[in-house]
Ligand binder design. Structure first.
Ligand code: BTX
Length: 328
């Protein structure tokens, strides 16, 4: 159900430059004019600029670009993801906060989001640079009723959902580099880190961390990763709306998750393969001292990487260093 606050924003947004009277708003939202006025004050606290003209009405002069649990909630069209949002200006890592929240029984779909991370992390304790106000740095708590061995499929599902969101925008053609990097023009724009707390045959919870570079300029990407990282702004030379991106990612993720539970991984697999980086091309793999080159065929039903073996058959690869012909 759309909240009164979301409806209010929608009515103001639909009116564009014109004013809507307090009377009209109160009739449409079935609340008093004093209540309308209180809602306007709350909107201002969250960064909206509202103009109130006596005897005429209200209009929005500027939408809020400030990330807060309110600004994400208003206009968020989901059933269960993001019904609880924990927003912090600065954290060490949203993963750390989300693990604690999960241990404290935060519900399935809880979102932890920060403006800045001082120790954002990638896989294998690598660093994830998370500049203040320049990207989406968030973690989502999931409590799926699936066996632990299927958890890696959630990473592939998340990557697919993000690629599909980015694909909606003009001028952006995302790829997914197995298993979980989102690339634009061969450079990493987003990463996903899935961490799980499980017993042998039961998942207690999963924390899916998403880092998406949005509004960094060239100079705001550290030198060491300059040649292999990018942001949406660097690709398009314009500022991007972080709140809208967060909302679209959460909405896309909810849809993908529901479909994954109902229909299984097959659907995710084919969507993932639509974006798969270098599918059909030669890649080179190293495992221990063994090194081989093979054609990358796609992903298997269980999420493993599929290559063409020397006998011409499909072979599953679960762990190997892969040289994608771009720096990893
Ligand atoms: P990864 O291990 O695949 O990628 C980490 C590597 O990516 C680093 O070693 C570095 O080379 C490069 N890198 C670091 N920062 C960036 C960046 N901002 N853009 C592009 N490349 C970068 C990928 O790990 C998973 C990242 C998940 C990040 C999210 S943010 C919210 C959540 N909280 C948290 O601490 N991590 C997750």
């Amino acid at each position: 159900m759309e909240s009164t606050r979301s409806k209010l924003i929608r009515l103001l947004a639909d009116a564009k430059e014109s004013y809507i009277s307090g009377q009209q708003l109160s009739e449409q939202l079935h609340i008093s004019r004093t209540a309308i006025w209180k809602h306007m004050k709350e909107l201002e606290k969250d960064g909206y600029v509202i103009e109130a003209k006596p005897k005429t009405g209200y209009r929005i002069k500027k939408f809020s670009g400030n990330v807060s649990s309110n600004t994400i909630t208003w206009g968020l069209n989901t059933l269960w993801i993001g019904k609880e949002i924990i927003h912090k200006p600065t954290v060490t890592s949203t993963q750390v906060v989300a693990h604690q929240a999960a241990r404290d029984n935060s519900p399935h779909g809880t979102v932890v989001i920060a403006d800045e991370q001082s120790s954002g992390r990638g896989r294998m304790e690598r660093v994830w640079h998370s500049k203040k106000g320049k990207g989406v740095w968030m973690s989502i708590i999931l409590r799926p009723n699936i066996p632990p061995y299927m958890a890696p499929q959630l990473t592939l599902m998340t990557a697919t959902a993000i690629a599909e969101v980015l694909d909606q925008y003009d001028g952006i053609q995302p790829n997914i580099k197995w298993p979980n990097d989102i690339l634009i023009q061969n450079k990493k724009v987003a990463g996903i880190l899935t961490e799980m707390q499980a017993e042998q045959d039961r998942i207690q919870y999963v924390v899916v961390g998403i880092g998406l570079n949005v509004n960094q300029d060239n100079t705001e990407i550290p030198d060491a990763i300059h040649y292999r990282a990018t942001s949406l702004k660097m690709e398009t030379e314009k500022e991007w709306p972080i709140i809208e991106l967060v909302q679209k990612i959460l909405e896309g993720l909810e849809k993908e998750y529901e479909s994954f539970l109902k229909k299984g991984f097959g659907d995710v697999k084919s969507k993932w393969e639509n974006y798969g980086f270098r599918i059909g091309e030669m890649i080179s793999l190293h495992s221990g001292t063994e090194k081989k080159e093979a054609v990358f065929l796609g992903i298997a039903e269980d999420g493993a990487l599929l290559i063409e073996s020397s006998k011409g058959e499909a072979e599953k690869i679960y762990s190997a260093e892969i040289d994608w012909f771009v720096e990893d």
